[in-house]
Design a protein around this ligand. Structure first.
Ligand code: NAD
Length: 369
C-alpha cells in the first residue's frame, strides 16, 4: 500500500499530515510512503528528512491513501483518482463542505472531525490535539497583546496584582487555555453551559463561573441556547466580564454558527488595555465586535480573532496530528493492506464517503450531521 503525503495549498496552512518520524514507522511496517516535494516546508521539514525516513519524493496524489490536513480544494479533488482513500479535516458539517464533491470523484474519505469522542479513539482525536494547540496559543497571544503582567509581581518598585483571565467555553481548547493562563500566573476562571465541566475547570486550578444555564446536547457537545437562555446569558456575562483583564472565548456548537456570548456592550465595559481573544472566528465569533482574522481595538479594548491558530505552531501541531492520522490509518490496516472494518464505530462514523466506486453496490454517500 502506498501512502501519499501532499503539500497543503490552503492560504496560511503550514501543517503537514505526516512528519518524518511517523513516515519511518509506516515504512518499517512494510508500507510505501511518497511525499510531495515541499510538503513539510511550512513546518520547517525538508524533503531530505522525509527521504532519510524512507519516503520517496514524488506524486503523492496518485497514492492509494492520501493524507492531508486542510479540506481539499476543487483543484485538489481533481488530482485524486477514483478509488483513492483520503484522510483529513473535511469539515463535513460546514455548508461549503467538499464531501459531495469527494463522493462524486469516487474518493473514499475519512473526516477526522467525525471520529467519535470515545476513550478508545482519543489517540486519533485530531480535533482535540489541535484544540490543545489553539488553547495554548490563544493565551500566549493574549499575554502579548495585554498591557498588563499575567503573574503577580512583588518588586522593590511595588506589587503588581495577577491578571484576571476568563475563559468562555471549557472544552479541550478552553481547558488548555485555563491551564496555560494558570501556569503564567494569572487568576483563571472558566465557564461553560455543560455543568459537568465545572470539575474539569477546578482540576486545572481555575475557578468556575456558575450562571445556572444547562445546555447539554448530544454526544457530549453543547446544544444551541434558546433565545431566552441566550439573552439571560448575555446579561449575566456582561456583568461578569467587566472584572476581567483578558477574556478568551472558545464556545462552539457543532454545525451551527458560533454562539454570541460577548455583546459589544460587554466588551466595551472592560477597562482600556483589556484583551479579548476569540477562537470562534471561523464560525462567526463569540464576540459581537469580532472581525474574523483581524485584531481590532475599540475604546482601548483589543479584540483579536486569529484563524487557524494550530498552523502558527506548525512543528508541534503537525507532530500531534501526524500521530492521530497514523493511529487512524493503522486501524484500517490488515498487515500492509487497507481493509477498513466498517463494523468498527470509529471507522463507520469517520467515513463520510464510502463504496463510491465499488462496481457491485450502488453509491453510498453519508454526510455526518
Ligand atoms: P467544542 O469545541 O465543540 O466546544 C467548545 C466548548 O464550548 C464546549 O465545552 C461547549 O460546551 C462550549 N459551549 C458551546 N456553547 C456554549 C455557550 N453558549 N456558552 C458557553 N459555552 C458553550 O468542544 P470540544 O472541546 O470539542 O469538546 C466536545 C466534547 O467532547 C466534550 O464533552 C469533551 O469533553 C468531549 N471530548 C471527549 C474526548 C474523549 O473522551 N475521547 C476527547 C475530547 C473531547
Amino acid at each position: 500500500l502506498r501512502i501519499g503525503v501532499v503539500r497543503e495549498s490552503a492560504a496560511g496552512e503550514r501543517r503537514v499530515a505526516l512528519v518524518p518520524k511517523a513516515v519511518a514507522g509506516l515504512v518499517a511496517k512494510g508500507l510505501e510512503v511518497v511525499v510531495e516535494a515541499g510538503a513539510g516546508k511550512g513546518a520547517l521539514i525538508d524533503d531530505a528528512a522525509y527521504a532519510a525516513a524512507g519516503a520517496s519524493i514524488g506524486d503523492a496524489w496518485q497514492a492509494g491513501v492520501v493524507v492531508k490536513v486542510a479540506p481539499p480544494s476543487d483543484a485538489e479533488i481533481a488530482r485524486l483518482a477514483p478509488g483513492t482513500t483520503l484522510i483529513g479535516f473535511l469539515a463535513p458539517r460546514n455548508a461549503d463542505t467538499k464531501v459531495p464533491a469527494l463522493a462524486a470523484a469516487g474518493v473514499q474519505a475519512f473526516a477526522v472531525e467525525a471520529i467519535p469522542r470515545i476513550s478508545r479513539s482519543q489517540a486519533m482525536d485530531a480535533l482535540s490535539s489541535q484544540a490543545n494547540v489553539a488553547g495554548y496559543k490563544a493565551v500566549i497571544l493574549a499575554a502579548s497583546l495585554s498591557t498588563r503582567f499575567f503573574p503577580m509581581l512583588t518588586t522593590a518598585a511595588g506589587t503588581v496584582k495577577p491578571a484576571m483571565v476568563l475563559v468562555l467555553g471549557a472544552g479541550v481548547a478552553g481547558l488548555q487555555a485555563l491551564a496555560t493562563a494558570k501556569r503564567l500566573g494569572a487568576r483563571a476562571t472558566g465557564y461553560d453551559v455543560r455543568p459537568e465541566v465545572a470539575d474539569q475547570v477546578r482540576s486545572v486550578g481555575a475557578q468556575w463561573l456558575e450562571l445556572g444555564i444547562d445546555a447539554r446536547g448530544d454526544g457530549g457537545y453543547a446544544r444551541e441556547l434558546t433565545g431566552a437562555e441566550r439573552a439571560e446569558q448575555q446579561v449575566q456575562l456582561e456583568k461578569a466580564i467587566s472584572g476581567f483583564d483578558v477574556v478568551i472565548t472558545t464556545a462552539l456548537v457543532p454545525g451551527r454558527p458560533a454562539p454570541r456570548l460577548v455583546t459589544a456592550a460587554a466588551a466595551l465595559r472592560m477597562k482600556a488595555g483589556s484583551v479579548v481573544v476569540d477562537l470562534a472566528g471561523e464560525t462567526g465569533g463569540n464576540c459581537e465586535l469580532t472581525v474574523p482574522g483581524e485584531t481590532v481595538v475599540r475604546d482601548g479594548v483589543t479584540i483579536a480573532s486569529p484563524l487557524n491558530l494550530p498552523s502558527t505552531m506548525p512543528e508541534h501541531a503537525s507532530e500531534l496530528y501526524s500521530k492521530n492520522v497514523t493511529n487512524l490509518l493503522e486501524l484500517m490496516l490488515d498487515g500492509n493492506r487497507l481493509a477498513p472494518d466498517f463494523s468498527d464505530e470509529v471507522l463507520a462514523a469517520s467515513c463520510v464517503t464510502r463504496n463510491v466506486s465499488a462496481p457491485v453496490s450502488p453509491s453510498v454517500t453519508r454526510i455526518e450531521g
